[in-house]
Unconditional design. Structure first.
Length: 259
């Protein structure tokens, strides 16, 4: 699918990190972008900054990815620019928990449910709503749209404390081939990226020595991944029509240790 000014995109988690890098690269290709996030100040600032590029059409919409009405408003905003042909879903949360705490209390079910809801149900909600819009598009070169979801290497090698996060991201991977097969009849592709250790706002809160140690644990390149490298992969998926139903590990050959 050739990215151009004739289409719009919705990028969830687009106010910072991986999502913002994707929004920036889409705008550089001429695509109109709606940034979805819950961080109003960062989201508005990101949209304003991207709009300074010549001809750029960017809007920030506050939306919970699990909320059908709010997400529908985001897709409405995108279609006001141009037909919706791109979804890049980066929104997600993490939460550390052990199945049994040191005082022998079981892990809180509510905390587990919260992570599953945002990361897995939110992915399903964004995907189903986007696909319904894309299915109505005119077919161009045999395509009506493409969706990129975000998992994690934790789906394969979850560390101690990541049980909720790992389960939610494994669910996203499980959805990928099924949704790609399901949406093939509508000429809509679905792929997922499973990033390893990336330099995102979540990592920014860690001490510098910890960040250096984490980067050094990556075989090659021995550093944290950059958000632009995630965005490069996402845009390649969008532009390569044979990429469908696949989950791509983007991790520098990293395999996570138990802790």
């Amino acid at each position: 699918m050739k990215l151009s000014s004739t289409m719009s995109a919705v990028v969830t988690g687009g106010a910072s990190g991986l999502g913002l890098a994707c929004a920036r690269q889409l705008v550089a290709k001429g695509v109109s972008v709606v940034i979805v996030d819950l961080a109003d100040e960062r989201g508005a600032a990101a949209a304003a900054q991207l709009q300074t590029q010549a001809g750029a059409k960017v809007k920030y919409v506050r939306a919970d990815v699990c909320n059908t009405e709010q997400m529908s408003q985001a897709f409405d905003a995108a279609e006001q620019f141009a037909p919706l042909r791109v979804l890049i879903h980066c929104a997600g949360i993490g939460a550390a928990m052990r199945l049994v705490a040191k005082d022998y209390t079981p892990a809180p079910l509510e905390k587990y449910e919260s992570v599953i809801r945002v990361n897995l149900i939110g992915s399903f909600n964004a995907l189903r709503l986007a696909a319904a819009r894309m299915a109505k598009n005119e077919s161009v070169d045999g395509e009506r749209g493409a969706c990129v979801l975000t998992a994690s290497v934790a789906a394969y090698e979850g560390q101690i404390g990541q049980i909720a996060y790992s389960a939610s991201k494994a669910g996203v991977i499980g959805m990928t081939i099924v949704s790609a097969r399901d949406l093939a009849q509508h000429q809509i592709r679905v792929c997922t990226i499973a990033p390893g250790l990336f330099d995102t706002p979540m990592m920014a809160g860690l001490p510098e020595n910890v960040r250096i140690a984490l980067g050094a644990s990556v075989p090659h390149p021995a550093r944290l991944g950059q958000a632009d490298e995630y965005a490069m992969t996402a845009l390649h998926i969008l532009e390569n029509p044979m990429l469908n139903g696949e989950t791509i590990r983007l991790d520098g050959a990293l395999r996570m240790a138990p802790r």
